[in-house]
Design a protein around this ligand. Sequence first.
Ligand SMILES: *Cc1c(COP(=O)(O)O)cnc(C)c1O
Length: 471
Amino acid sequence: MNYLSTRGHPDRRRFCEILLEGLAPDGGLYLSESYPQVDDATLTRWRGLPYADLAFEVLSLYIDDIPADDLHALCRKTYTEAVFGTAAIVPLKKLEDGLYLEALSNGPTLAFKDMAMQLLGNLFEYELARRGEELNILGATSGDTGSAAEYAMRGKQGVRVFMTSPHGRMSPFQQAQMFSLQDANIHNIAIEGVFDDCQDIVKAVSNDLEFKRRYKIGTVNSINWARLMAQVVYYFAGYFQATTSNTQKVSFTVPSGNFGNVCAGHVARMMGLPIAQLVVATNENDVLDEFFRTGVYRVRGSADTHETSSPSMDISKASNFERFVFDLLGRDANRVRDLFGAQLTGQGRFDLHTDPAFAQAAARYGFVSGKSTHANRLDTIRDTFARFGVMVDTHTADGLKVAREHLQAGTPMVVLETALPIKFAATIVEALGREPDRPAKFDGIEALPKRVQVMPSDVARVQAYIAAHCP
Ligand SMILES: *Cc1c(COP(=O)(O)O)cnc(C)c1O
C-alpha cells in the first residue's frame, strides 16, 4: 500500500515512512491510495476473532513494510485485557433495544485516545529500533491527548516526550494522571498561559528547522495516519457485536472534535463495512455540524471558540476533515489544495452547498450531524443514569443526545463512549449531585508526588529545557 497527499504532491510513501511524520510536504494529509475491500467471506472470518487478531487483519491491509509476524506480535502486545480491562477490549453495552454504547475508554487514561496511542507507542519503539534512531515528541495538550501520549510512550526505548500544558487549567484528575508519572523519558512542562500559548510554542519549535533536525522533534497529533488506522478496528469490532449476520447494517454516533475518530468510521465504511449512518455529534463548537447542515465550512477564531463541559471537543477547526473532503470531491487534489490552502487561509471559509458533491455527504457517505448544549448534556447524563443506571461522561452524553435524533427502526445505533465520567467529575456532580465512580487503580492519585516543570510562555526556555534533557 502506498500513501499520497490530499494536496497532490507527486511522491508516494510507504507506511513506515509516514509513521513518524506529520503533514505531507505540501501541507496535505496522508491517505492510502485506495481502500482495500472487505467482502462477505472476510467479514465472516473476522467475526469471531479476538480484538488483537482483528487489529492485525485490518492493519495488514495497510502496512506492508513490517513483517507480518512482527506486526501480529505488536498487536497482541498492545491490545491485552491487562491494559484495556476486558477480554473484549471494546465491549458493547446495551442501553435499550437498538441503542448501544461501545466502551472505548477503559485503557490507561480512560479516554478513547488510548485505543490508537497505545499501538502508536509500540510501533514507534519498533520502527526507531529498526532504524537505530531516536525521537523527541513535543506536544501541547489540554488534557486527553497528552496523557494518552505519555502513557503510551512511558518507558519506551528511543522516545522522549515533552508535553506542554496550560499551568493550572486541566482538571485535578487530569493533572494527577500526567504529573504522577515518574518515568525518566516523560517530561511535563506547565506553561504559564492558555492552551493556545502551548500550541504556539510547539509550532514555533517545529518551524525552527535547525533545532527540529538537531533534536529530532516529532509529534503524535491526531492527523497521524497510524492513529486513524488503529481506530478503524473498533468500528469492525462494534459492528460484529451489534449484529449476527453481515446482511445487517449498523449506524455509529461519534462525539467529534478534530474529526479523527469519525474519519476512521468513514474509512471502515469505504472498506465495505455495512454502516448505515455516521452521525457526527458536536458540542457548542459546531464547525462540523454547520458543514453537514449547510455545506459551509467556517473556521472559528479564538473569540468564537467556546470553553465547554466537553473540552476535548472544543476546536476551532477540524484537523482531519480534509481527508473526508478529498474523498467527497472525488479525490480532486487541485480542488482540495484550493479549498484548504487558498480559500481557508484567505477567507477562513469555503462553501460547497451548490456543489453536487455536497448532497453525496449524506446519500453516498452516510454522514449526518447534530449538536448539544451544556443543558442537553446535563439532561442526558441524568436521564441515562435514571433509566439505565449507567453513568456517562459529558462527551458520550453529547453523542447519546444526537444519536437519539437519528435513530432508524431496525438499524442498531452504536454510540462511541469516548471517556469515563471520572475525567470530568465537576459536571457529573452538577448533573447528579454525586461524585462519579472511580476505577480502583486511580484511588488517591491526586496525592502522589508530581513531576512537572513550570515555565513562562517562552519558546527559548522550552528549547533550552529540551536541549538540557537530550544527552
Ligand atoms: C479527543 C476526544 C474527542 C474528539 O475526537 P476527535 O477524533 O478529535 O473527533 C471526543 N471525546 C473525547 C473524550 C476525546 O478525548
